[in-house]
Structure formats: C-alpha cells, structure tokens
Design a protein around this ligand. Structure first.
Ligand code: HC1
Ligand code: SF4
Length: 582
C-alpha cells in the first residue's frame, strides 16, 4: 500500500489503484461520464475522454484524469477546489453545447448521467454555441441509435468489441463528423449485431436505447376484438422492483402479476411454464445424443449447446456457421410459449389466431428481434406479437397510474402459470443447464435425483467447466461448460472447436450474469453487485419451491398427455423446435 492524502484526509491505498478508486474507497466521489468499471468481472474501460474527473496533484499546474492516474507514496490530491468545479462546469457546458436539448422527450430522461451532472453542477446557461451534429438515426426491431445524442464516451465500443467481441461499433469519420457506428455507417440490422443490448445498458445518455413498444401494448389492450395475454420471463421478477425502490434481487412476482391484471391483460401467464417445457425438449435431446454416443454412433453431435438466448443464437449463426448442427433445436421459452398459446390454447378457448395477441415481458432487447424472426410466425402472423423490456413494463405500470408498492400479491393464471424451481433459474447464468441436468439425470439413469442443487454449476466468473459425478458417460463424469458474455462464449467455443476442451453440454448466455444482466433490465450503471443480488434472488425462489424439476410440473405433464405426445415426438417437433441459418 501507499500513503496518500485526498482533500487533506490521510488514506492508505493499494499501490496500483487509480486516484478515482482511492477516492471512492473513502467516500469521495469524483464525477466521470466515460469511465465504466465492472472490476468484478475483470472489465475496465478507462478512455479518459470526458475529462470530468480531472484533479490537482501535489500543487502542480497540470491537472490529471483521476480515472487513469495511479496513486504513489506521498501523493496529495485535491478533488474539489473552486478551479476544478469551474473546469467541470465548462466541460459540461461544452458537451451540452452540441447535445440536443430535448431532455423532456428523451428515452433516457431521469436515468441520464449527463442530465444528472448538469443538474448537480447547476448548469443553467450554456455559454457556447456548438456545431450541431446531424446523424441519421438507425432503428431496428430492438435498438435505436440516435447518434446526435452521443457524447463520445465510447463505452458502447468497449462493450461491443472487448466484452462481447462482436466488433460492430467503432468511431468512423473524423473531427466533428466523428460518430460511433457500424462500418460504412450501416444500419445495425444489416450487420452481425446480436441485439444483446449491452451497448444500450452502458450508454450514459440516450444515444442508444430500446425500441419502445408500450404504446402498441396499450393500443391492443384497448381493442375489444383482441384477447391480449402476457408472459413474463424468469429474470424480470427479481429486477422490476428496483424501478419502484425495492432492493435488487427482491422477488416482486405477486405484485407484478396484480399490476399486469390492472393494466388490463386478459390472462397473466409465466414464461417459466415454457422454460419447463424447454427442459423437457432439451433434456430429451441431451439424453438421445448421450444414448447414441454410448451406442457408438460416430455422427452424434456433442456437446449440445443451449439455444434459448437469441443474441447467442445470432452470434453463433454469424461467427461459427460451421457449428450450427450442435445447438439444441429447442426453441426458446418465449417462442415455445407463444407457439403453444396460438396453436393449442387459442383453439381450446375458441379464439382465432389473429385475435390472440401475445405480449412478452423480457429482461432482454434481443427478444424483440427474436420475436420478429420469420420462422416464428405463421402466414405472416407472429407467434409473439410484442416483446417489451422490464423497463418498459415499469413505464406501463406508471402510465396506468398504478401504485406498485400498494398492490396486493396475486397469482398467475392457469394453466401456463405454474412452474418448477428449475424454470426460475433460467434467469441466471448456469441455470438452464442445471435445470436440464436435473431432468436428464433421472431420464438417463432411471433413478430419482435427491439433491437437485448442482452447486458446481453456479457462480459468476465468465466461464466455467464443471463435472457431474452422478452422471457417468463412458466411465467419466458428464462435463458441462458455461459461459456468459459473448467474449467468454467465443473463447469457450474456440476451445471446443480446437478440441482443447471436451464437453458434453454447454450453456451460453450473451449477457453477464445471464438474463438477470440483460439489456432490458433496470440500468445497473456498471454496478456488478446489483447483478449478484439478482442472482441470489433467483436462487432463493428456486430453493423455496416444492417442485424443482421441470418434468414434475403437473401442467407440463398434462400438456404432453393432452396435446404434445412425447418430448421430441412429431407434434413437439413441429411446434417446439427450430432451425438455424448461416
Ligand atoms: Fe431469459 Fe429465457 S431465461 S432467455 O434469459 O430461456 O430474456 O429471464 O425469458 O425465452 O424462460 C431472457 C430470462 C427468458 C427465454 C426463459
Ligand atoms: Fe454490439 Fe450487442 Fe450493441 Fe449489437 S447490441 S452493437 S452486438 S453491444
């Protein structure tokens, strides 16, 4: 450690800490617009471009960016002199001078880091007349890029290129023309963008945001000829509460269900039901591949890859087109739900396909894109009509004048409201494969699984390989790989491709932490501790449930008996499985 002084306070700080980190450790906040640190996952973005964090060091004339400058013995730092406050005000005025002043109608209003700082520093008058940048805005089914609002912090670039390794965004052009964009300023839709939404999650302003579909929902709810049903993803319920003052990880399922009913949905269902359904198909596929492998079938494809994350599916389609025979062909729970709702439930209820509107509430922006994929529609009618994010649901609740915290707790509607604990854990990294293992174990061994907690499959490090000693394949334990974040997924897949790692099953989720860290969740502003709390929240729901294996969900059993037949059977194949495209 080294001894330093910050604003006259003596501090002992780790030797290689930045001034920013040392100050933070004693509660001295230095403002910054470009820095983003998710140190827990080894990810730091310090471009030092905004200069808001400059500080004085040892009475020198030069100022130093606190995010980039390391502490040393005897350093004396001032972070809040009148001169520094004036400099920060000047920087803010300069940024604001060529930033649109449409805060009232901006999607990020109330969540914008630039707006917060302008308020904090009481910027009331912008003395500079900046060049007005005018860029073409780009709208995809999931994400809107409104680059007039970009402040060139370049967090999105680091996220897209270094963390997700998608390499979609970089600075193009020069001088005032510079803009962060796909190459040749293409639209996101015409690139290999996965719509993971992580660039949106880290954008400090409203330059990147989701495509908002709240009005489409309101409009459908007002249409008397439509029956509007909603399904809610596993990760939403442990994060939605954050929008209403609850701690991250708080399970607000009951209030959320009540709120959805008050908004006007005719039926409130649970994507978790379909997560159990996904496990029936994925575990059957895993079992079938293992059995074929044990029978000496040389053509069998192992490892099997989970396929419920649409950003991950798009990533493998673009980046590993030669490996498309490996992922499970099971559709995601969102799409299984909608297929069953429109092809089975609507008929049972006597509702015409086009009069049934399926809305999904997802922690994810890529789900909007997934819903728009052509293969998930019939005669032009999509299986999932509208997908909104957790943030959009919070906004719908507010628009409807609902006092969320005063609501009583209600339960999901039957039959698609019942789920096992295995379905809940879909929302966190490692959960899908743990859920599949619980079922596959019983189906492969024919024995009852007593301890469903495969703790070796849990954790938040970027990727992990774990063994299941209870499940022996050819005298060795089943080996499972897990990766979250597309960069870690890429590394794991390269190892599999190069035969450096021999695995039987792999779960990949595009976002850090899995869906709990999705691009549609309440903004966590780079605080990984929030993702950890959501993880624990999800796990607590699973642990508290009586039924924790998907195949024990009585409504799932009934659906197979009444309609689907056998997992991977003909009907299941037609409705619950899909194809991939290179
Ligand atoms: Fe997910 Fe999934 S877990 S992909 O993370 O398989 O979005 O929550 O809904 O479809 O169930 C997301 C979450 C979600 C699907 C499920
Ligand atoms: Fe990159 Fe994901 Fe953003 Fe697309 S959505 S630009 S892949 S970070």
């Amino acid at each position: 450690t080294v001894k330093i002084k910050i604003n006259g306070i003596e501090v002992e700080s780790p030797k290689h800490a930045t001034i920013l980190a040392a100050a933070k450790s004693i509660g001295v906040r230095i403002p910054t617009l470009c820095q983003l640190k998710m140190g827990d996952i080894g990810y730091v973005h310090d471009p030092a471009s905004c200069r808001m964090c400059v500080v004085e060091v040892n009475e020198q004339e030069n100022l130093y960016p606190a995010c980039e400058t390391k502490v040393y013995e005897g350093m004396e730092i001032i972070t809040n002199s009148a001169e520094l406050i004036q400099i920060r005000k000047n920087i803010l005025e300069l940024i604001l001078s060529n930033h649109p002043k449409d805060c009232l109608t901006c999607s990020k209003s109330g969540e914008c880091e630039l707006q917060d700082l302008a308020d904090e520093f009481k910027i009331k008058n912008i003395r500079f007349e900046g060049e007005k940048s005018v860029y073409r805005s780009d709208s995809s089914p999931a994400i809107i890029r409104d680059m007039d609002k970009c402040i060139m912090c370049r967090r999105c670039e680091t996220m897209c290129n270094k963390i997700q390794t998608c390499n979609i965004l970089s600075a193009v052009n020069r001088g005032f023309e510079t803009v962060v964009a796909p190459s040749h300023e293409k639209d996101l839709e015409d690139t290999a963008c996965t719509f993971c939404g992580q660039c949106v999650a880290v954008c400090p302003v409203g330059a990147l945001h989701e495509k908002d579909y709240t009005w489409e929902v309101v409009d459908m709810l007002a249409n008397p000829s439509k029956t509007v049903i909603v399904q809610v993803a596993p990760a939403v319920r442990v994060a939605l509460g954050e929008e209403f003052g609850h701690k991250p990880g708080t399970d607000v399922t009951g209030k959320m269900v009540t709120a959805l009913r008050r908004i006007g949905f005719d039926y409130v269902f649970d994507t978790n039901f379909a997560a159990d359904l996904t496990i029936m198909e994925e575990a059957a596929e895993l079992k079938s591949r293992v059995v074929r492998y044990l029978d000496g079938d040389k053509d069998v494809k192992l490892p099997i890859l989970t396929s419920c994350c649409p950003a991950w599916v798009k990533f493998i389609e673009h980046n590993f087109p030669d490996m498309l025979d490996i992922p499970s062909t099971a559709k995601s729970p969102q799409q299984m739900f909608s297929a069953i709702a429109k092809e089975f439930w609507a008929k049972e209820m006597g509702i015409k396909r086009e009069d049934l509107i399926v809305v999904s509430v997802m922690p994810c922006l890529a789900k909007k894109y997934e819903a728009s994929r052509e293969e998930f529609s019939k005669d032009g009618n999509p299986d999932t009509d509208i997908s909104i994010s957790t943030r959009e649901l919070a906004s719908l609740i507010n628009q409807s004048g609902i006092s969320f915290n005063m609501l009583q707790e209600e339960e999901f509607d039957k039959p698609f409201g019942m789920s096992s604990g295995a379905a809940n854990i879909f929302g966190r990294t490692g959960g899908v494969i743990e859920a599949a293992t619980r079922t596959a174990y019983e189906w492969i061994t024919g024995k009852e699984l007593e301890n469903v907690d495969f703790k070796q499959l849990r954790g938040l490090e970027g990727s992990r390989v774990a063994e299941i000693p209870e499940l022996q394949i050819d005298g060795a334990p089943l080996r499972i790989g897990i990766a979250h974040g597309l960069g870690d997924a890429r590394k794991l897949l390269e190892k599999v491709k190069n035969k450096e790692e021999v695995l039987h099953a792999i779960e990949i989720m595009a976002c850090k932490g899995g869906c709990i860290g999705g691009g549609g969740q309440p903004y966590h502003h780079g605080k990984f501790s929030i993702i950890k709390k959501r993880f624990d929240g999800i796990q607590a729901i699973d642990s508290g449930k009586k039924i924790r294996k998907s195949h024990e969900n009585p409504y799932i059993k009934e659906l197979y008996e009444k309609f689907l037949g056998e997992p991977m059977g003909e009907k299941a194949h037609e409705l619950l499985h899909t194809k991939y495209f290179s």
